[in-house]
Every structure is written in C-alpha cells, then in structure tokens.
Design a protein around this ligand. Structure first.
Ligand code: DGJ
Length: 704
C-alpha cells in the first residue's frame, strides 16, 4: 500500500486505481470499477492489512445459459443483460427503454466521504452514490441521488437505498424485528432458504410491524454470532415511511440483502432537471456479535443523529393512563402536585386537552384548549406546573383530523382519500395529506402559534392510524408519489417547528412504537416504545428496541396496568433501564407507594448518566424468564449499573450466575456491600442473586 493510501486510511477511505475501500472501525467495504466500467461491490467484512488484500473488481464467470453479469456484484443492481436478481434501482421513460444500465464516470474523495458518479447514457440519467465512513462508530452511511438529465420525464419505480452481497459462504440467518401493536420490536431469527424473504411496511409509517433493519449471521454450526462474539453484517434505514427489506438467496449460493423505500404501489417521477435522493442506509460489520453492533448504533444515535447530542431524558409524568379523556384543569394540577413531590421533572398532559376532545370521536385538528375543561386557557396549568419546579409538556397528533372538527369542515379535501370511495375511518379519524405543501404550512403555522403563545417545554407527537385509500387526486403528477411526499412533508413540518422552537424536547409516538426508526431518531429526543407497560412483555420489547436504539431515547413509564400482579419496585426497575417516566394515577396511590416511588426517582437520577450515556451489555435475555440481566458501563469504565429481573420460577433452586461485562479487567470495582474484585474477576466469578419470583434488583459497581 502506498504512503498516500495509508494516510487516506486514517481518514476512512483507502484509494487505489479505480478502487476504494471505505474503512470504519474494524470494518471495511470495498468498491471497484472493472474494465467495462461497471461499479462492483468487492468486499464487506473485517478490515484487511493492505489495500492489495482486497479482491479485484471483476465480472463473474458465465455459467450455462446465464450471462456473466448474473454472477457479478454490481453495487447498484439494475437487472442489466437479463440478470434476474432483485434490483436496487429501476425506472423507465415513456416509449423508451425500461431499466438502467450504469457505467462509471468519476469518483471524488473528500475526507471521510466518497462519492461515485455513474451514468446511463441512453436513459439520460446521472447517479451519484455517496458514502461516509464514521470510523469512531464502525459504521458507514450510503445514499444515492438519481438525476434526470434528459428532456422527458423519467419514471422511477424502485429506488432502494442499497444492495449488499454477503461473503459467498454456506448459508445465513437473518435477524430482524417484527411486531404489532402492544408487541413491538419482537426479535426474530430467520434461517434463509432459497428465494426471497421479504419484510416491509405498506402503512405509510415504519409501522408496528417492524423496523427497517437486518443483522445477518452465518448459519453453519459453530459459525453463528452470539451476543458478544461472532460475525454480524448489519444495516438500517433512515426513513419513517414504507420500507422494504429483501433477503435473497440464489440457487448458485449467493446471499444478498436489499433495503430501502418500499416499491409497493410506487412511482416517483423526475421531470427534466429534477433529482431524487434516497434515505441513508447506515451499515456495518463487526466480529463482536450483536452487542457490539448495538453499541455502534447507540453511539451513532446519541452523538451523530440526535438533534440534541448527549441527551439526558428528564423524569416525565404523563397523565394518559390516569385520566384518559377525562381531563380537567383541577385534576391535572392535583396530579402535578403529586408528581412534583415525587421528583418528576417534566409534567405532560396527554390526549384530551383540546377543543371538544371528550372522547376519540372529535377534536383532532382543532388545536386550542377546550373551553369547558380550561376556561382560562392552559396558562393556569402551565403556571402551576412551572411553579412546582417542573417543566410542562403536551400531547398532539398533528397528522390527523376527526370529521367532527372545524378543520375538516373547512378543508375536507386535505385528507388522504380516493374520490368516490368511502373514506375509511380508523379510531374515528382521517389522515391529513402531509404531502401537500398547503397542509404542511397550515400545521407549521398552527403549532408555531401554540408554542409561541404557551410555555411549552415538551411535545409528545402521536400518530394513531394506518393509511387507507392512499389517493391524492389534486396532485398534478403521479398520485403514487404520496408515499414519499407524505414522509418528506412530515419531516419538513417537524424540522421547521424544531428550528423555530429549539428548546422544546420532542417525544415520538405512534400508538406506542409504531414509528420508531433512524429517521425519527434524527428529529426527536425520545420515543415511546409501546403502549404495553406490563413488565414481562415490556422487558422483551425493550430488549428488541435496544438492538438499534439507545436507552436515553427509550421512554418507559411506570403505570397501573396489572398493578396487583407486579410490584412497584419491579415496575420502576424496568423503566429505570430506559428514560424513566411515571404514568400511573397518582391520586389513587397510597402514601407508601408515593414515598417508594420518590425513592426510585431519586436513585434513577444518580444512575441516569450511566444508563443514558454508557455502553449496554445484554447479559441474559428476558426470553429466559428465570433471570434477565443487562448492564450499562460508563464510557470511562468508572462505574456500572446492572439490572436483574426474575419473572418466572427458575426450574432449579438456584438462579444462574450473572456475569458482568464491559468492565476494565485490571481495575478494581466495589459493589454497594463493599465486595471488591477486579473487573476480570467480576466477569469470571459472576454474581449469585437471591431473587424471588417477580423480584428485581439494581447493582452498582464503582471503580475504587
Ligand atoms: C396512543 C399512545 O401510545 C398513548 O400513549 C396515548 O398518547 C394515546 N395514544 C392517546 O390517544
């Protein structure tokens, strides 16, 4: 390797002759141009010592009736020359050719960024693929821009963000997340057979049904990944709308993953001079198992993606479970008094505060305080909350409208609908068409005025239905663009409000965790993971959430759900492993419960720093109901917090040991009882817990 290349490597991009290696952490991603001008993906795996170690960019070999391109790993798969694999990109011109044929034009390296330009001379399209190495995270980002350089419209009917070719070895297992309402972030392992395995959302949002994410491990016995060891190739998408993940295994033993915006019911038109940019893919490889993958994602979210880097969540009280729609100024003040005494820092009034919102049949769209509930407006309540030393937040659902609202009566055409068809309601509401610029402007103006006129420190933005009749008859282009334009409009409204009100903290919610993704992580501080707050289920939901997203974003409230079955201590411990909140009806809690809760809140404040900013180690999955354990270790390894939960009876008398991880092996750590051991000894000897059924504990280890 030349001295130049070495120097570049420190920056993240290694440059050869028409050859580039994007190096990040311990991982490398290779790209090269073969003599015919095809851009090929040459490598994805652990970093190699020399540039010459990376495989050359060359076409595959012909086999029987197949064209050699069938076995050639084009960075952007287009189906050229009859290749029958899934495509990254597809498009056409009216009366012209269908499909792209791309040839290399140029490349440019600027610091940690590489951009490669390709061109289809016949279709008259210019493509730029941009890569950025994030060396400290071990991650790479990739996005693609397609520009119409011709004189006629160019129709795009598939624009995924990327295609990955896994090393051609044996077989693979796909790890992914699926779910449904109340059961989000369910971890799944899918051994891949031949053919295409598809995961997707067609609901306009990311959906409860999953997260656009994959983590591939080898399937051969003994070669799979574990929590803290083994090869994992992984990626996720920065997008909050319809998505599609294709895991493809061909008859000739190649394994591919494709991920991007869903092409279901999809067309996006580019008029002459226009361009389309895909959402970013964030991807990586690690030899350190799923734990290392998650820690990379967590650092990326906390430091690079979050609109408020290094965010420390306030302790929230949310009134939803306590009052539902039965909201009153006096009732909220009474709750606020109890919350303040408990040490809560942010008091949030949920659904039910705005005009005519006595149940879920009216009000959405009319975002001013209900006169019967708040005859003097919100000011007496905000004053009462602020006067007790807390900040104040409210719930909104901007994307929705009830037919019984002033907004709908004034603008019945602002919703998503098909002319002549029934406008299917869900939870008695319709979806506003956020693809429309006039709707976006209206929402920006409406919420800008609300935020300017009321002392609001926190907004919970909810979204409570799936799309139906996805039409946009007023659109002067192909109506199917709605799938993309809606999400772009949503981002515009949200980002504009953030810019105008930079001090406001935003919580993302969609009927629980129905829209949690890297797109949302980039515009909100925290997300409500699920409406399911029952501890055993919640622990599994939190484990799935933690595959990608860090604890400081994971809103977790202690509620009254099944209170008689699960102790307050257990509930608090579950929530303290994330961004602690309280959502029970404090007016019905006994003095003893309130005092106990205050103790937990006080403890949380002392561990919040480690939980929010530390490295997560999942020690034993909640799918082992006898004992679940996880721990957070401060970045400087000065302290750690270990959470352990026993949900069901262990079969054997003694619980299995819990082995702390992530400590400095040489340093000495003491627990709160004064037991002092080296980090290595804690990890090897483990901790014997004495938990009874449905008990939990928090153990703190401090470096001495
Ligand atoms: C669904 C959310 O997940 C709940 O937390 C609550 O905000 C309700 N919507 C209110 O309608």
């Amino acid at each position: 390797m030349s001295a130049d290349a070495r120097e570049m490597a420190a920056l993240g991009i290694l440059v050869g002759d028409d050859y580039w290696v994007v190096e990040s952490g311990d991982a490398a991603y290779g790209l090269g141009v073969e003599p015919g001008g095809l851009l090929l993906q040459t490598y994805w795996g652990p970093r190699l010592p020399r540039l010459d170690d990376y495989p050359a960019a060359q076409r595959g070999t012909a086999f029987s009736m197949e064209n050699p391109l069938q076995h050639t790993h084009q960075e952007i798969a287009t189906g050229e020359a009859g290749v029958s694999d899934e495509r990254t990109l597809d498009g056409y011109r009216d009366g012209g050719p269908r499909g792209f044929v791309l040839r290399f034009v140029s490349a440019d390296v600027q610091g940690e960024k590489l951009s490669i330009t390709l061109r289809d001379a016949v279709l008259e399209a210019d493509i730029v693929v941009e890569y950025e190495a994030l060396p400290q995270r071990g991650l790479v980002t990739r996005r693609m821009r397609i520009a119409n350089a011709g004189a006629q419209p160019l129709h795009l009917n598939r624009v995924l963000s990327g295609t990955f070719y896994l090393p051609q070895t044996g077989e693979y297992v796909l790890n992914h997340l699926d779910g449904r309402w109340g059961d989000e972030f369910r971890m799944q392992r899918e051994p891949l057979g031949h053919g295409v395995f598809q995961r997707e959302s067609r609901r306009m949002t990311t959906s409860h049904g999953g997260v656009p994410y994959f983590a591939m491990e080898r399937a051969e016995a003994g070669w799979g990944a574990r929590e803290e060891s083994g090869d994992v190739w992984f990626g996720t998408l920065e997008w909050s709308g319809n998505w599609k993940l294709l895991a493809e295994r061909t008859r000739d033993g190649r394994s591919m993953v494709h991920l991007g915006i869903n092409d279901h019911d999809f067309v996006y038109d580019l008029l002459p001079g226009e361009a389309f940019t895909t959402p970013r893919l964030i991807f990586g490889y690690t030899g350190g198992g799923f734990g290392a993958m998650s820690r990379s994602f967590h650092d990326f979210v906390r430091q690079d993606l979050s609109p408020r880097p290094n965010y420390r969540p306030p302790v929230v009280y949310n009134s939803w479970y306590a009052t539902l729609f039965d909201v009153s100024a006096e009732g909220q003040v009474k709750l606020a008094e109890k919350a303040a005494a408990m040490g809560v820092e942010m008091f949030v009034i949920d659904d039910g505060w705005f005009d005519k919102r006595v149940n879920d049949r009216a009000g959405l769209g009319d975002w001013w305080p209900d006169k019967n509930k708040f005859p003097l407006g919100l000011k007496p309540l905000t004053d009462a909350v602020h006067g007790r030393g807390m900040q104040f937040g409210i719930w909104i659902e901007p994307e929705m409208v009830n037919p019984d609202s002033d907004l709908y009566r004034a603008h019945p055409d602002w919703i998503i609908y098909y002319p002549g068809r029934e406008r299917t309601l869900s939870r008695n509401q319709s979806m506003l068409n956020l693809g429309r610029v006039d709707v976006q402007d209206y929402l920006i103006d409406m919420f800008d005025r609300l935020l300017s006129s009321t002392e609001i420190d926190f907004i919970k933005w909810d979204m409570n239905r799936n799309v139906s009749e996805p039409g946009w008859p007023e659109h002067d282009r192909d109506q199917r663009e709605i799938w993309v334009r809606y999400v772009d409009g949503l981002y515009r409204v949200w980002k504009t409000l953030r810019e105008r009100h930079p001090n406001v903290i935003w919580e993302n919610c969609s009927g629980g965790g129905g829209r949690v993704d890297m797109g949302m992580m980039g515009i909100t501080e925290q997300s409500w993971a699920s409406d399911n707050t029952v501890p055993p289920a919640r622990l599994e939901i939190q484990e799935g959430y933690s595959q990608l997203f860090p604890a400081n974003t994971m809103a977790a409230w202690v509620t009254d759900e099944d209170l008689h079955e699960f102790s307050l201590d257990l509930r608090f411990h579950v929530s303290m492993a994330g961004a602690l909140g309280v959502g029970g009806n404090l007016l019905t809690w006994t003095d003893e419960m309130l005092a106990r809760a205050a103790e937990h809140v006080a403890i949380y404040k002392t561990i919040r720093e480690v939980v929010s900013a530390g490295d997560l180690y999942r020690l034993r999955s909640p799918r082992h109901t006898d004992l679940n354990a996880l721990m957070y270790v401060a970045k400087d390894k000065s302290e750690a917090v270990l959470f352990a939960f026993r949900i069901l009876k262990a079969r054997i008398g003694k619980l299995p040991l819990v082995f702390p991880a992530g400590l400095d092996p040489e340093a000495l750590y003491a627990d709160e009882e004064g037991v002092t051991r080296s980090g290595a000894a804690w990890g090897q000897l483990g901790i014997q817990l004495k938990l009874k059924d449905l008990q939990s504990t928090i153990i703190r280890l401090r470096r001495v």
